[in-house]
Design a protein around this ligand. Structure first.
Ligand code: GCU
Length: 667
């Protein structure tokens, strides 16, 4: 009996073993159902493409032959990541027969515009932070001797890109371009493109989950298919040589099999048409004696510059302005002369509730208001804006501050956070390195002083200088809480008790002052600080504000000096149409905002070595932190213009100051 049982179970085990072997062989080699193969191919692609980031980013794609994938895309909101299971979303798996149980589908559901954030497109998504799947199909045939790239202007925050069910790659960072060469993945006929976008932020991300702006998610900028010859111009930089301004320096990087066979640069208006030898890595550089008319805010002159492979098989054309920018003592010099920065800070949020800027027209509307303010400078805060902004600024003659979102307390101890910040900085610089308007790269905003932070930012500043030796490095500082307390106790409190001091001294002793070329400060005299003090003293807010307003013009910022110093933020909130007699000092009234601006102008005049200002902010913007219902309603109201484009009283105050400034600077 026992031997029979043993024989039978041995037999059963053998059969089972043989069956699973056969199944594995069939799975690997057999001709099994298409969708099963799709699942396995999908799983395999996940394993192969774990790493982050795309192929080296193609530059100036809009000047190249491209196909836009803009339009209505099918989408699915996926708060729990259901679509990841078995790759149902990446494969856009749909039920085949009525008996097939499906619990995921792109059909008959949500559609979203691309480019565009999802928050302003569907009431369910206003504050949504999570995964949204995007799907569309397209046909594309790569021309012989060419490569096809899938290019994204930006996707917030993490994008996983699937082509025909397989993972092409992932990109982290919500505001800079990325692309992949997908030539070998394209199919004849219809291709399936599915993108998983996740805008949930973690403490180790850049930025962190806590920001004073709405974390717009989605495929916020253009998605293109860009065809380039096998050997093509990957990156180029053409500008005045920082070592000898009487010369133009042209740098190029070719990619492809013939990358070492040289390139060309041509600027017809300057009679330039020369070859550039390239090394095995496709890199080449030349200096060209030339004296182009300089680009400046007063005359934003640009030249058509063409960069090509040796036989002109690949040509990229761009309109580039030539100018120098330097920090000389406590001044910023443009083309060898000091220029005061008459600025305004801007969030990349279009007017009329349209969410993230993704079109030239939206960018033009914002910059139009800045122009009417009398600005010659804009601070694009706190992340890399759409490429339309810097390109328009080039045309309009506006100087630009660009920034990556190292904002408040990022994880300065974390190596991967630093790597993410560096990647965002590199992608921003590579995109806008030929924009004459861009003069400042900002490495941080209001980061709390500390050893890890100082190390992190010093390394980031060095990274910027290694990537670009033609521009200035800046950062927006904020007064350290202990120094602020010292300022309250030493100057503000005595004044509240009626003791008059000739001047109030606001200390800024941040070690970052030594690291950057242009230290900048965010200060909110007249808005923050008074309320807090009134809360802990017997004085009313009205009185505390009165005393502060009466003294703003006497405040002097004490800093190490010797560098151009900028006020990168200041301002006050106002709800457009909320009118209250000034004497009542009613916060959020237009009168109060205008009063704070008048006092801030006095403060600006009282600062020696002030090289520029960019008050906060051009337009009211969405922020989950602003919860004063009935007034703020999840909007930061420090705009000089409402979301509907209505100008507040303070708009006129700043415009008048800039008109006077422009007149005196022209002298
Ligand atoms: C800070 C910060 C901004 C914020 C502003 C404000 O300085 O940099 O992002 O919106 O203050 O409080 O309105």
């Amino acid at each position: 009996m026992r031997s029979t049982v043993l024989f039978l179970s041995g037999g059963l085990l053998f059969v089972l073993g043989a069956a699973s072997l056969a199944l594995t062989a069939w799975l690997w080699l057999g001709d099994w159902p298409q969708d099963m193969k799709a699942v396995v191919d999908h799983q395999r692609s996940l394993a192969e493409r774990g790493a982050h980031g795309g192929d080296p980013t193609l530059q100036d794609v809009f000047a190249r032959e491209h196909v836009s994938l803009a339009g209505r895309w099918q989408a699915a909101i996926d708060p729990y990541g259901r679509g990841d299971v078995g790759g149902i979303a990446p494969r856009a798996h749909e039920p085949g027969t009525p008996s097939d149980l499906a619990e995921f589908s792109f059909e008959n559901g949500l559609e979203l515009d691309v480019p565009g954030d999802w928050n302003s497109q569907d009431p369910r998504l206003v504050f949504y932070q999570g995964i949204v799947w995007y799907k569309r199909t397209f046909s594309h045939t790569t021309k012989p001797g060419h490569r096809s790239f899938l290019w994204f202007g930006a996707a917030n925050y993490e994008a996983a890109v699937y082509l025909n069910g397989e993972l092409v790659g992932r990109h982290v960072g919500g505001f800079t371009p990325f692309n992949w060469d997908v030539t070998d993945r394209l199919r004849k006929g219809e291709n399936l493109l599915v993108i998983r976008v996740d805008n949930r932020m973690r403490d180790t991300d850049v930025p962190t989950p806590m920001t004073d702006w709405l974390n717009y998610g989605g495929l916020t900028r253009d998605v293109l298919i860009v065809d380039v010859p096998e050997t093509h111009v990957q990156q180029f930089e053409v500008g005045l040589d920082p070592e000898e301004p009487g010369a133009i320096r042209a740098r190029v990087r070719l990619a492809g099999p013939k990358r070492a066979s040289g390139a060309r640069v041509r600027i017809v208006e300057l009679g330039i048409d020369v070859g550039i030898d390239t090394d095995d890595d496709g890199r080449g550089e030349v200096r060209l004696a030339a004296s182009p008319e300089r680009w400046s805010p007063a005359s934003p002159r640009r030249y058509l510059v063409e960069v090509a492979t040796r036989r002109w098989r690949d040509v990229v054309a761009d309109r580039i302005g030539f100018r120098t920018v330097e920090a000389r003592g406590e001044e910023i010099w443009i083309n060898g002369a000091p220029l005061f920065l008459r600025g305004i800070s801007i969030h990349e949020e279009a007017l009329h509730g349209e969410g993230r800027v993704h079109s030239r027209a939206q960018a033009a509307e914002l910059l139009g208001h800045a122009r009417d303010l009398g600005c010659n400078f804009v601070r694009l805060a706190h992340y890399t804006h759409s490429q339309h902004m810097a390109r328009l600024a080039d045309e309009m003659g506006l100087l630009v501050w660009e920034e990556i979102p190292v904002y408040w307390a990022v994880d300065f101890e974390n190596e991967s956070t630093l790597a993410t910040a560096k990647a965002q900085m590199r992608e921003m610089i590579e995109r806008d390195r030929n924009r004459a308007s861009v003069i400042l790269w900002s490495i941080a905003n209001e980061t709390p002083e500390g050893e890890a932070r100082n190390r992190f930012l010093a390394e980031l500043a060095a990274h910027v200088r290694a990537l670009d030796d033609t521009r200035l490095v800046t950062a927006a500082l904020v007064t350290d809480p202990s120094e602020l307390a010292e300022f309250f106790v030493k100057d503000y409190l005595p004044a509240l008790f009626g003791f008059e001091l000739d001047e109030w001294v606001y200390p800024v002793h941040d070690p970052l002052f030594e690291v950057v070329d242009v230290p900048a400060l965010n200060e909110y005299f007249g808005w923050y600080y008074s309320g807090g003090l009134a809360a802990v003293t017997p004085f009313s807010s009205h009185y505390a504000r009165r005393v502060m307003l009466d003294h703003i013009g006497r405040i002097r910022v004490e800093h190490p000096g010797g560098k151009p110093f900028v006020i990168s933020e200041t301002g006050a909130g106002a709800k457009h149409g909320m009118r209250v007699p000034e004497a009542e000092l009613a916060v959020f009234s237009e009168e109060y905002q205008a009063l704070v601006y008048r006092k801030q102008v006095e403060f600006f005049r009282n600062q020696s070595g002030l090289a520029g200002v960019s008050p906060w902010i051009l337009k009211d913007f969405r922020s989950p932190l602003r919860m004063y219902q009935g007034v703020q309603d999840y909007r930061n109201l420090k705009g000089l213009v409402s979301d509907a484009g209505e100008r507040k009283l303070a708009f006129g105050v700043l415009r008048d100051y800039y008109a006077e400034r422009a007149a005196s600077d022209a002298l």
